[in-house]
Design a binder for this molecule. Sequence first.
Ligand code: AMP
Length: 540
Amino acid sequence: MKSTMQPYQLTVTSLMHHGARLFGGTSEVITWRGDKARHATYAEVAERAARLANALCLMGVKPGDRVATLAWNNQEHLEAYLAIPCMGAVLHTLNLRLTPQQLVHIVNDAKDKVIIVDGSLVPLLAAIREHVPTVEHVIVFGEGDTGKLGDHVTYDDVIAAQPSTYDWPEIEEDSAAAMCYTTGTTGDPKGVVYSHRAIWLHCFGVWGAFRLDERERLLVIVPMFHVNAWGIPYVAWMLGCTLLLPDRFLQPEPLCAFITAERPTFTGGVPTIFTGMLQYAQANNADLSSIKRAICGGSAVPRALIEAFRDKLDIELIQAWGMTETSPIGCIATPPPGVPVEEEMDWRSKTGRAVPGVDLRIVGDDGGELPWDGRSVGELEARGPWITGSYYGVEAPERFHDGWLRTGDVGVIDSRGYLQITDRSKDVIKSGGEWISSVELENHLAAHPAVAEAAVVGVADAKWEERPLAAVVLRPGAEAGPEDLRNFLDGKVARWWLPERWTFVTELPKTSVGKQDKKVIRQLYTDGKLDVQEVGKAAR
Ligand code: AMP
């Protein structure tokens, strides 16, 4: 028997209309300029999104075409978030922390037709422009040196010339709305494509999990180029929260100035940002008192950080877990009701419990599901309506298991359903919320004439959560020091990837099948059993 319900399609367009209609004149989008803020009402943003859709249509953008953004968190980026999916095209957010080579790969892989670029990021685009032949139009907003960019148009000019309404099409909920690339263990980044339906349902999941409503002033620190800023812009828009966008001013000083000036009540970001914010606020007596709650994730959140936020700033810092492949919200770590106050922190410092709509399980080496006993360690697998079932244009059967996504995270689940991630099977390092590929660093190091073998692992770092440690075996009789190898890598990978920690060993630990045993290297480092030399500083 079929239901009597309407076949209503779950689309970003419905979220956009809801936000614009209900909150058009009352809620705002506020972008920080470093010393002052730029305010726009929801109605103004919606109107500019309609103008942008008209402009893109005139440029030949058709349903399904990819339109990329290379931008910080700001009003124009939000306009693109609304216009592109709602006109039936696909929003492709480019991660500005990627190397030029990776950017070239993903723009070509996605076959982006148009790129909307932030003026401050024009040099990055200019450097790759001639290598991305599918891009027919470049639209620049904000100030920037466009001298070397070649053909382009100016955002404000093109939208000013367009009608203020757009005939938004009917869209099927399974159509692609947005895409984002994830840094894989090996090889090039892989594309994840979000449907309208997935974004819609994810918004409802986030709404409940983050306990949001119209009264919140929501500061979006997590980048809009990284998993749609955890879906926060869409859920905020849907609920009418005033959105506070920090643009490129992510250093503690200007960020705290923005907070003091515009008084957000809620925010979300990676631990590195919050660690910097805490230190700055304490040293400078910055007023962060408007913030009541903050979601923190993207890397394991140290218990000490959650405690310091509670004790020093009176902010509830809530850990969440997710991935590009999971839209991203999968888990949230709020304590169960009824636990004594002194035990609350034990629950908050776990990775969290699945949000409704997400199924999680832990699987052992033999592929069998492990019990939720808090002891059995296995790989975390996930499934649900906002979890990817494949990657864009590539077969990756090893990433899926009977319809579940293999996350590459390793951990335990206890009898109450709380997940604790204890390790990572994927060979990547997460530094300040963005990925460093250990495999790529190893490949470059192996090309140095003095290097016989190299392994790069992620180790704990007080500021960046994780940084790479390079363990190197030199060829017999060859000589090379950390500085030589760092200089050798410089220019081949992004500067912020260069390891500061180096250790030279006579052999690398291996597993039974002869693979480098990175777990053992990490353990040796943690136990202080490696002779580590430090050179240089992590740069961003
Ligand atoms: P990304 O696809 O860049 O968002 O990265 C997703 C990965 O970040 C996950 O698979 C985890 O390895 C890591 N991650 C995210 N949140 C957490 C967390 N709360 N604790 C530990 N690791 C996390």
